[in-house]
Design a protein around this ligand. Structure first.
Ligand code: IVH
Length: 669
């Protein structure tokens, strides 16, 4: 075969295979048999092997995967990928509609199913798929092109030779997930809790043949640059994307008013169980794109669309036991121990019963059949006992009288319903210190909320700081815990390991030495560089530093003189915790050095703490109130009165754009 002939045949075969893919995966009808498909594919593979220069990156042979990357690169979204504000009931939908009408419009809407997957952005040039990216933080996402190419319903080549970006949801069908989980169970691997997690895990694989095996799918629903194609409404853009070969959901519907919106919601709430993929609500979008444009955006969301979330599902299970835990304040909580049930994709084993009165009002008895409710990511709750299911074997609830940790007599605070252990020496008091130790400004161990630490304490896994570093021993038990899968346990253990090399100031703050806030901890770490150096200083020496007064100096000195504390530090050293200052040195910058600034309102692309941390690195100082001494005020969405004050005092105001350009210049984003 000549090169010319091969080129022609490769083009022919690619076309046949892509048409077959389109018919099967987008239109759900097949135009050729599996055998025919396989034989064309094999012929194409052979030709590409023989003429490697003719093998295109968009060849249908790439759909089976095989490309392995060593890390994910970042892709900056030309237009930010925003999410939508949630609404939960009729009133909130009406309020949304009224807000738009108040702006002088008479809108029609498009109702779309809210697919429970992971959103993606797909770029085409001259009709060829070039990149696929995740949403990431909305500003930059991860390049997942190698995996996206394996999604059969996503065209590698469009029906027109145009350049375009489309966005939509990558998802895993219910059946695919069930099959995958059956295989995982056989292989002794953990179960993937819901299609969203399964999808996210699949598209974040470095090896595209893994993603290829997961049979991911797409629904395309958003065209970020409609005006470039002369499109005037959302509904037209859906039609347009469909005509290019994308899989566009047939349930999308143009509606004229609230009552049509409500009947759409009602219809799909009923149909939801029978759909082959998971949906968690309905997205309502203003149809007219001009109207959309003039309604604009808040810093986080478009003003022209909302996501209605379906109400929680209820399921029945058995209340096996009620166990008591102690919180960081000594508060006692009864907890329902349940026969594990799957509610909306996650297995529920436990639910808080809050306090004695709560259990009595619901008249919960051990052995009862109870209904459980869980909405989205919200904490599960026990709704009620099914009285008609009682058979007399149920045991009445009995409140405990003594602390389950130290045995002291429990009592209530005046006029309150909760029981407390008031023993100041109760080991449960350590929970507070432990929570502080792992918190964001201290050792910053991701995945350790307050609740988790309370649970670990009550289970006896963590009773003192060094236990955190032995958590590995309880790996098996942890995986069993509510909300903890294999992956989150791995993440937590990894976060613990990573935190060992934190710079000294985090440890100093985390130890909870009286009077040492995060700023003082940083000052001490920068000054003395190692914990041993700091521990060797006398009260007078410590006071030499301008911000350290006599009380603080004394606290520090006493802390390091205490034998228990010395033992703790030795133990932590042995566990490999870094005790040296390795933080960033301040960088000279004229614009920021010694400048006082205030942040007010929400900045869409970065948290306030992060902004402060970065600017402080360049010598600026954050403060919480605006005065004539303030040099500049950073203003985000919904700013407070500080914004007005800054205007009144004629202080330099930085909006999001300005902040972003400065951070970009500093190469911080
Ligand atoms: S529109 C600016 N339409 O829900 C418009 N989103 O909270 C952006 N989603 O991040 C999104 N189905 O991942 C849109 N038909 C649909 C959707 C949908 C699912 C997801 C998407 C988005 C989140 C919104």
């Amino acid at each position: 075969m000549t090169l010319e002939e091969a080129k022609k045949r490769i083009a022919e075969l690619s076309q046949i295979l892509e048409d077959a893919n389109y018919s099967y995966y987008v239109l759900a009808e097949s135009n050729i048999t599996d055998q025919e498909f396989d034989s064309y594919l094999r012929e194409l593979e052979d030709l590409e092997k023989e003429f490697p220069l003719l093998a295109k990156s968009n060849s249908p042979t790439k759909r089976v995967g095989g490309l392995v990357i060593d890390k994910f690169s970042k892709i900056k979204h030309q237009i930010p990928m925003l999410s939508l504000p949630d609404v939960f009931n009729e009133e909130e939908i009406k309020a949304f509609d009224e807000r738009i009408r108040k702006s002088g419009y008479n809108p029609t809407y498009v109702c779309e199913l809210k697919i429970d997957g992971v959103s993606g952005s797909f770029h085409y040039e001259d009709g060829n798929l070039i990149t696929g990216a995740t949403r990431g933080d909305g500003i930059t996402g991860e390049d997942i092109t190698h995996n996206v190419r394996t999604i059969k319903s996503l065209p590698l080549k469009l029906k027109k030779k145009i350049s375009i970006e489309v966005r939509g949801e990558i998802y895993m069908a219910k059946e695919t997930l069930a099959k995958l989980n059956r295989e995982r169970e056989l292989n002794g691997e953990g179960i993937l809790q819901n299609p969203r997690n399964a999808t996210a895990g699949s598209i974040r694989q470095l090896d595209s043949s893994v993603a290829a095996k997961r049979n991911l799918d797409t629904w395309i629903y958003h065209l970020p640059n409609p005006l470039d194609y002369g499109i005037k409404t959302q509904y037209e853009s859906l039609e347009f994307m469909k005509s290019l070969g994308f899989k566009v959901n047939p349930c999308n519907r143009l509606v004229k008013n609230i009552s049509e919106i409500l009947s759409y919601i009602h219809e799909y709430n009923e149909k939801r169980e029978s759909l082959p993929y998971d949906i968690d609500g309905v997205v309502i979008k203003v149809n007219d794109l001009n109207m959309q444009q003039s309604l604009g955006f808040t810093s986080k969301y478009p003003r022209w669309a909302v996501a209605y979330k379906f109400p929680a599902l209820e399921v029945l299970t058995k209340l096996k036991d009620i166990v008591f835990t102690v919180g960081r304040t000594g508060r006692i909580t009864p907890n329902a121990v349940l026969d594990p049930v799957l509610v909306m994709g996650s297995t529920i084993r436990r639910a808080s019963l809050h306090n004695e009165d709560y259990v009595r009002e619901k008249d919960l008895r051990i052995g009862d059949v109870v209904s459980i409710r869980k909405a989205g990511d919200v904490i599960p709750e026990v709704v009620e006992a099914k009285l008609e299911r009682r058979n007399g074997s149920e045991r009445p609830f009995k409140m405990i009288e003594n602390c389950p940790i130290c045995g002291s007599k429990l009592s209530k605070k005046e006029g309150q319903v909760d029981h407390y252990c008031f023993n100041p020496l109760c080991p449960a008091k350590h929970i507070e210190g432990l929570i502080h130790y792992v918190s964001r400004h201290a050792m910053n161990i991701d995945g350790f909320g307050e609740k988790i630490m309370e649970d670990f304490f009550n289970l006896g896994f963590i009773r003192k700081i060094p236990d955190i570093y032995h958590l590995e021993k309880h790996r098996k038990d942890l995986i069993e815990l509510e909300g903890f899968g294999n992956k989150s346990v791995d993440n937590l253990l990894e976060a613990i390991t990573i935190s060992k090399s934190n710079s000294l100031e985090r440890l100093l703050f985390g130890l909870g030495i009286g009077g040492i806030g995060d700023k003082t901890a940083l000052l001490l770490a920068k000054t003395y560089k190692t914990i041993d150096e700091l521990a060797s200083k006398s009260v007078l020496e410590l006071q030499e530093k301008k911000d350290i007064g006599p009380i603080l100096a004394n606290n520090i000195y006493e802390y390091f003189q205490n034998e228990e504390n010395q033992k703790l530090i030795e133990e932590l050293k042995e566990l490999g915790i870094n005790m040296t200052y390795t933080g960033e040195e301040e960088v000279e910058n004229d614009l920021l050095n010694e400048k006082k600034f205030v942040v007010t309102g929400t900045i869409s692309f970065m948290g306030r703490d992060e902004i402060e941390r970065i600017l402080e690195k360049y010598g600026a100082h954050s403060s919480s109130s605006v005065s004539s001494k303030t040099d500049f005020v950073i203003v985000g969405d919904n700013p407070g009165s500080k914004y007005q004050k800054a205007i009144d005092l004629k202080i330099d105001i930085w909006d999001e754009e300005k902040l972003r350009s400065i951070l970009e210049e500093l190469k911080e984003i």
